[in-house]
Design a binder for this molecule. Structure first.
Ligand code: C2E
Ligand code: MG
Ligand code: MG
Ligand code: MG
Length: 293
């Protein structure tokens, strides 16, 4: 267990606090500059299978390497980009760089799915599907290793309007994920009908389920339903051993993301992190007395 705690310390210190100039409001011109002057950088947070030592993928999470303010979190500029018609350009920059990075990992023997966050605005843009199809082909990344995350609240309000694009991308083998699931109002019937591949359960829903038997029952039924519908499930925001143990007890084929496993990190750290993770998987699983496969 010594190895494990060293590993956790090493990586949890990496992005404990993104320095935030809380009071600072960025305007559209500043965000436009960030996009076009190449100041956006992708961090990557690993996604691991809970009962295997395998890292299944990484999620690209954009940061703004601001010349004066340091690393700025996406909450400070994504809403500005969305409100000022800059989000399509931002999404393309993030995806291009994620694809190039995925290709580099692939060439060094690392096979990972890459998840990227997109908005309804991107899906409504008629050229977006063409962009994805041509860009993945140009870089040499297969579409099935790119997962497009859309938040539940954005998606369920407007699914009908973008269904054509979603279906076209699905036919081209891109994968879709519903992000922050549990914060919106999707019904079980809608889950049956939408052409998605993955559900990411929001941290707050998991926490509520941990402390309420009734919500835990709903949580377990959601997992069971997803299993039966062939949807992958990811638990978001796994922060500590209690979260981890709760999810292990659910006994479903889950993947997890969260600070307990790793904070988002620069691309250059991902390769070593994965090696370390695999090396100490036995220690980790010893905690909960389960078999590693
Ligand atoms: P998200 O896609 O739901 O990403 C998860 C967020 O939770 C990330 O925050 C991540 O750093 C954070 N997180 C990860 N593990 C934990 C944990 O254990 N506990 C807690 N409390 N938080 C955890 P981040 O990177 O600040 O991103 C925030 C949101 O900004 C993302 O939420 C996503 O909606 C949006 N975002 C990030 N990058 C992009 C992008 O390239 N495009 C768009 N459109 N949105 C983005
Ligand atoms: Mg996401
Ligand atoms: Mg999320
Ligand atoms: Mg979120």
């Amino acid at each position: 267990l010594a190895d494990l705690s060293t590993l956790l310390k090493k990586y949890t210190s990496m992005e404990t606090k993104v320095p935030q100039s809380i009071s600072k409001i960025y305007d559209a011109d500043a965000v436009r500059d960030a996009i076009y002057k190449g100041q956006l950088v992708n961090y990557y947070q690993p996604k691991v299978a809970i009962n295997k030592s395998r890292t299944v993928g990484v999620e690209a999470l954009v940061r703004w390497q601001h010349p004066e303010d340091g690393l700025v979190s996406p909450d400070k500029f994504i809403p500005v980009a969305e409100a000022n018609d800059l989000i399509n350009a931002l999404t393309r920059v993030v995806i291009k760089s994620a694809l190039i990075q995925a290709k580099a990992w692939q060439e060094s023997g690392l096979v990972l799915c890459t998840s990227v966050n997109i908005t309804m605005n991107d899906l409504s843009n008629y050229a977006f599907a063409d962009f994805l199809i041509s860009e993945t082909a140009a870089v040499g990344i297969s579409p099935e290793s790119l997962v497009l995350e859309v938040t539940e609240s954005q998606m369920m309000q407007n699914l009908a309007a973008v269904l054509d694009t979603v279906v076209r991308l699905k036919m081209n083998r891109f994968r879709f994920s519903i992000d922050d699931f549990g914060t919106g109002y999707t019904s079980f019937v809608q889950l049956r009908d939408i052409p998605f591949d993955e559900l990411k359960i929001d941290r707050s829903s998991i926490h509520r389920a941990m402390y309420s038997p009734r919500l835990c029952a709903i949580f377990e039924s959601t997992l069971q339903l997803c299993n039966q519908l062939g949807l992958d499930v990811v638990a978001e925001g796994v922060e500590d051993i209690d979260d981890w143990n709760f999810l292990c007890a659910a006994n479903y084929a889950l993947s997890v993301q969260g600070y307990f496993i790793a904070h988002p990190m620069p691309a250059a750290d991902v390769f070593d992190w994965i090696q370390d993770w695999q090396a100490c998987a036995h220690d980790r699983y010893a905690i909960k007395g389960r078999q590693v496969t």
